[in-house]
Design a binder for this molecule. Sequence first.
Ligand code: FEO
Length: 161
Amino acid sequence: MALISEKFNEALNAQIGEELNSAYIYLSASIWLKEHSYNKLSSWYFTQYNEELSHAYKFINYIIDVGGTAKIPAIPEPKSDWESVKEILETGYAHEQYITGKIHELVTLAEELKDYNPRELLQWFVTEQIEEEASASELVERQAAFKNDMLFDQHTVRNEE
Ligand code: FEO
């Protein structure tokens, strides 16, 4: 017998879509940045793209573990005609805030459904989103401080992973 309700399974499948959508946005950002020779920022977003794929896998593995059905929803085409580095960074930060809201909705839904099994999984994501927002917000602040995008790019290092 599955240890997951249909409703929560559906919500997790939707979240797989959100994580893959995040991956697409960051891959698209990485491509634009590389095309414009912002190589370190491009690499930062490529790492972020891979991180989002791993987030999707976490949900997929959980659904399989509890005997549910993991499905990948349609992923929208990401924006590719970026105007500037600043636009990418601000989009990334706003997107992470949006994803935090989605994770919190899952926490609320699990509580409403009295499903205690995903607690550890969801707590991992709650904590992860604090880091995700912090690093996205830091990029926005650092870019504003630098003024020169090429110089900012040269001083961008991603330490974790
Ligand atoms: Fe999967 Fe960047 O949140």
